[in-house]
Design a protein around this ligand. Structure first.
Ligand code: NAD
Length: 329
């Protein structure tokens, strides 16, 4: 039996490092590529190349065989504090677009038929996400395009790039639009963390009866998808016989940021006062629309937000405690 092989670009990142573990558990031989090793655990990859995917030569050298599956997750990204301030726009666009241009072409030249590409819900038009109670994120609502960040514009450009390779070069690249993925071993401090991790950290560091700061009025809505379900959707799309996307991979359990704080506080067994402060908040409302994924893949995420937050909070609480023990020594 020949061993299945996979290339994971961005294997040092949150989703990529979990994906490597999953593929290894399925028996794949896996090569990971990233600027860095995973931060919180050893990589499970058989081969891990530290390198810069903005360099075409590096891309050609890591795409050195007909991998069974190629996943392109590498991107210059971060939470709202990184994407929405405008200070990193040129880097975000240049870095991520260059990686995608390189990987799409290296895969095509190596006769690889399919690349999985992780786009983002951030590519949906801002005008459909102004009402926190009724955001519209069905796949067909992408145009006329009007993402609210350059990060979203780059995602839209790269989606189109992979789809153009499909049309012109007979490839079958897959495009997923991830909606706020969270879980253990994700960035939880330092400015690039997303809302669930930031809230878990703030709750873990607050004392019972104390106060935590929330960006904006907390009435903005979002849905959050636990990492294991994200991976399930990712491999199902990659292996589907005929469906290429773009398709949402997200949860339909929409909550306000205030509700998110309440769920995490409950898990921690703490009563906390919310202090609303000015900060970048992104669109007013966003939720996944899972009609298409259910129709085309016969599957959609189903785990509750609370179940994922319990595992994530437990992990972040341990990080907070081991950091404070280290600082005390
Ligand atoms: P992450 O930042 O943890 O992982 C991205 C990885 O790409 C990082 O490890 C980074 O070092 C690597 N990278 C960046 N530039 C590189 C370069 N020039 N060469 C090599 N590696 C480079 O992010 P993540 O949360 O794991 O996200 C993975 C993908 O999913 C990204 O494309 C992201 O845009 C997309 N996505 C994520 C979410 C989410 O909620 N996490 C939501 C929507 C889309």
């Amino acid at each position: 039996m020949t061993t299945k092989t996979a290339l994971v670009c961005g294997a040092g990142g949150f989703i990529g490092s979990h994906l490597v573990k999953r593929l290894k558990a399925e028996g794949f031989w896996v090569r990971g590529v990233d600027l860095k090793y995973p931060e919180y655990a050893e990589t499970a990859a058989d081969d891990f190349v530290i390198g810069d995917l903005r360099e075409q030569v590096l891309c050609r050298s890591v795409v050195d065989r007909s991998f069974t599956e190629v996943y392109q997750l590498a991107a210059d990204m971060g939470g709202a504090g990184y994407i929405f301030t405008g200070e990193h726009d040129a880097d975000i666009m240049h870095n991520s677009a260059t990686i995608n241009l390189n990987i799409a072409d290296a895969a095509y030249k190596r006769k690889i038929r399919s690349v999985f590409y992780s786009s983002s819900a951030c590519m949906y038009p801002a005008y459909n996400q102004e009402d926190p109670d009724n955001p519209k994120c069905s796949e067909d609502s992408a145009y006329p395009a009007a993402p609210d960040s350059e990060y979203g514009w780059e995602k839209l450009f790269s989606e189109r790039l992979y789809l153009a390779y499909n049309r012109n070069h007979g490839m079958k690249c897959r495009v997923a639009r991830y909606h706020n993925i969270f879980g253990p071993e994700g960035t939880w401090t330092g400015g690039k963390e997303k809302a669930p991790a930031a809230v878990c950290r703030k709750v873990a560091t607050a004392s019972n009866g104390g106060e935590i700061e929330i960006w904006g009025d907390g009435k903005q809505t979002r849905s959050f998808l636990y990492i294991d379900e994200c991976l399930e959707g990712t491999v199902r799309l990659t292996r589907s016989a005929s469906f290429e996307g773009p398709v949402n991979i997200g949860s339909e359990e929409m909550v306000t940021i205030n509700q998110l704080v309440d769920i995490v506080s409950d898990i921690a067994g703490k009563k906390l006062h919310k202090k609303h402060i000015a900060g970048p908040t992104g669109v007013r409302g966003r939720n996944s629309d899972n009609r298409l994924i259910e129709q085309r893949l016969g599957w959609k995420p189903s785990a509750t937000l609370k179940a994922g937050l319990e595992k994530t909070y437990a992990w972040i609480e341990r990080q907070v405690h081991s950091n404070s023990r280290a600082a005390a020594q």
